[in-house]
Design a protein. Structure first.
Lengths: 427, 295
């Protein structure tokens, strides 16, 4: 048991020993270049793009050197928290908008407002709804870097083979259900469905669930983040709709079914449609079939999708806040945003670049404009302190229902109670 | 057991010098961490701000936390199936492997392989075995005219992961028991054979009593492993947002600390788990005095 305790307590030791350490930051005044660290999550492929951005930046700012550190999503947050606790944080680091306030409210982020004030007009070219997430009463403690809207990706080959027309802009959830049903098949005749019409992420609101809740006139959480609203009648109707697709039509695979296909059913060619963000474009571009994207369908309360952004923040303890801000400013400039757009993972937050060929004419020839147009009816993925625990509570709570082991309504009742407790504890 | 060699004079100095690396490691690594965890369990700490005193509130909160209770129940259920499973099956395998048969070392290697294979890789293979529609196990069941079973659905998942964990632990258990069995002098068996005892009697009257020290050791070790079990379970039962259909206490500790900014609560869970294991160990040592035979 000592060992079991050990792994956790290692953290404590790490902190005790690391408290004295400080980053060896250079000094801007004597000729040697200032060194800053930029840390983010991402694919190894993204590291190359960031190195290109950094070399552009260093060419323009010869007195600043940037070290880029890329980790996978899970290790990124563990590493970041450990570095912050040890008082040796990276100068600039990537932030997922929903988690932003978990850090901002704990006082580890630098207020960027004074820097922004010194650069009037700096934010003018950015999409306003990508900025909202980072606003606080005290100003911006972070800025968006790129954004994601959710659209429906569809497998053209699968539609052609079944003789089903492609989904068109302006379609409804009833159209989606009928289309999905028509594409759900047992292709090898063993009595089990192995081609599904539609795939959502049944744990995370972002790809699939929040869009339909909003389209049915429901919401996830109230404005001051004290009440979970997924048990309200409109949200329930939306959940019932997905539930029916899963358990009556079998056109959405339940989690036990999809886990057998190891990850992404769309990519493996077992699903005709999936609710997904632009981050999937690079990996889908290697798929062995033709595909395209279409806007999310509309429901009784109109069309809705989700917008979320990845952003930048600067550590409050950064020794070189000016250099750190200069780097952010560069990534938000036309040159930096163009590089990011070419990377193909996300949509640029700078409007002029999002509307330029750098984004719209990428090597993957789909209609990238749809991701930008979707902003018109996008709702922001919630941003508040305790988001991670709240969304995990809901995701965990939904699992028995999606597995067909619990009824919809009692499950939602129970989740709302538990999620509201989490909200109260995180006040 | 107390009559070992005792260091004398100058030897004493080197005795401590040689032990120093381990002792320093234990003091600062293990003991320091345990004390730090104990201290942290009495605070509210989110890692980013200085800890604040919380008294026993983290411990009291555990009683009202359904997720923790579920994790604790799973850990106990898991241990109750895993420990006897590992001890009995690996003893059985060791007895089989303790005979003069051709290629015995190949068999021993095969049984030990899971212990040296990456848990992630083996868990993936087991997922292919357990798959509901695409798994090998259900394929065989269907061929035999039986309906498919959803091995990793909430209902069966605990049992399914216990099987995999036992399978993974047989090799190490076998090594321990083989060492115990080979230490039994041949003469005992010879004498028993002359007295007319069959294989069955030989096992229960000679081998079993004389391997009780190994059984005791293996029970202790597998209990500790059971309470720490995490890798296979997480790989086979994880779902979406970091959840698991068989959450165990170690999983709950990790998630509270790293995902929910709740290091104080996570430390309290760790301490409570440690106390439960210590109580269990005390019970084992009480059993040892009564039932374990040392030659």
């Amino acid at each position: 048991m000592k060992k079991g305790l050990f792994s956790l307590a290692m953290v404590a030791i790490l902190l005790l020993t690391a408290c004295g350490g400080k980053t060896a930051g250079g000094n801007a005044t004597n000729g040697s270049p200032v060194q800053i660290t930029y840390m983010e999550w991402g694919d190894p492929a993204e590291l190359d793009v960031w190195k290109a951005i950094v070399s552009d930046f260093e060419a323009a700012n010869p007195n600043i050197q940037v070290n880029v550190d890329v980790s996978d999503w899970d290790s990124y947050w563990t590493k970041l928290k450990t570095l912050l606790a040890a008082n040796t944080p990276p100068d600039v680091f990537a932030m997922d908008a929903p988690l932003y306030l978990d850090y901002q409210s704990r006082g580890v982020l630098l207020n960027l407002q004074p820097f922004i004030d010194k650069n009037p007009g700096m934010l003018d070219g950015l999409f306003p709804n990508t900025l909202t997430a980072y606003q606080t009463p005290d100003g911006y403690f972070g800025l968006p870097r790129d954004f994601q809207t959710i659209v429906v990706f569809y497998n053209k080959d699968m539609f052609d083979k079944a003789g089903v027309p492609y989904p068109q802009a302006g379609w409804t959830y009833d159209d989606l259900r009928a289309t999905a049903k028509a594409l759900t098949k047992d292709t090898n005749g063993d009595g089990k469905i192995d081609q599904f019409g539609y795939v959502i992420d049944p744990w995370d609101f972002e790809p699939g669930m929040s869009e339909i809740i909003w389209a049915y006139g429901g919401d996830l959480i109230n404005a001051d983040h004290t009440q979970t609203l997924i048990g309200e009648p409109n949200a329930r109707t939306a959940f019932q709709f997905l539930h029916d697709m899963m358990f009556i039509d079998h056109s959405i695979p339940d989690p036990n079914t999809s886990s057998q296909y190891g990850g992404d059913l769309f990519l493996s060619g077992n699903a005709a449609m999936i609710a997904m963000g632009h981050w999937a474009v690079p990996s889908y571009s290697e798929a062995g079939f033709k595909w395209d994207v279409v806007e999310m369908p509309s429901g009784p309360a109109g069309q809705a999708t989700s917008v979320n952004s990845a952003g930048f923040v600067v550590a409050k303890d950064s020794k070189n806040p000016d250099a750190a801000f200069a780097f952010i400013k560069f990534v938000l400039s036309t040159a930096g945003q163009t590089r990011l757009a070419e990377m193909g993972f996300a949509c640029p937050v700078l409007k002029s670049v999002a509307e330029s060929d750098a984004f719209l004419k990428q090597s993957t020839s789909i209609d990238h404009q749809i991701f930008i147009d979707s902003l018109a009816f996008a709702h922001m993925k919630p941003v508040f302190k305790g988001y991670d625990e709240w969304s995990s509570t809901i995701g965990d709570g939904l699992t028995p229902m999606w597995n067909g082991e619990a009824e919809l309504n009692p499950t939602l009742d129970q989740i709302v109670t538990q999620a509201d407790e989490v909200l109260a504890n995180n006040k | 057991m107390e009559y070992g060699l005792r260091p004398l004079g100058r030897e004493k100095f080197w005795f401590w010098v040689m032990l120093a690396p381990t002792l320093i490691g234990l003091t600062f690594g293990a003991l320091g961490s345990i004390l730090a965890t104990l201290g942290l369990s009495l605070t509210n700490w989110d890692l980013l701000r200085p800890p604040t005193w919380a008294g026993l509130s983290n411990y009291l909160a555990l009683f009202k936390n359904p997720a923790y209770f579920k994790a604790l129940t799973n850990t106990f259920k898991f241990s109750a199936m895993y420990v006897p499973g590992v001890v009995i099956i690996s003893l059985f395998v060791a007895v089989l492997m303790n005979r003069k048969i051709h290629g015995v070392s190949i068999f021993r290697t095969i049984y030990f392989l899971p212990a040296v294979t990456s848990a992630v890789a083996t868990a993936l293979v087991w997922n292919m075995i357990y798959g509901r529609d695409t798994g090998i196990l259900n394929f065989i069941l269907n061929r035999l005219g039986q309906p498919s079973v959803c091995w990793l659905c909430t209902k069966n998942a605990l049992m399914s992961v216990v099987v995999v964990n036992i399978w993974g632990a047989i090799g190490e258990g076998m090594i321990i028991f083989l060492a115990g069995l080979t230490a039994i002098p041949r003469e005992y068996y010879e004498a028993a054979t002359i007295d007319g005892a069959g294989l069955f009697d030989q096992f229960f009257s000679i081998a079993l009593p004389l391997v009780t020290p190994s059984i005791f050791f293996q029970t202790l070790m597998s209990t500790i492993n059971a309470f720490q079990a995490y890798d296979y379970i997480y790989m086979m039962t994880r779902q979406g947002q970091g959840d698991s259909s068989v959450p165990v206490v170690v999983f709950s500790i990790y998630r509270n600390a790293w995902n929910f900014f709740n290091y104080g609560g996570a430390s309290a869970q760790a301490i409570e788990l440690a106390v439960l294991v210590i109580l269990l160990m005390a019970f084992y040592f009480w059993l040892e005095r009564r039932y374990v035979v040392y030659e």
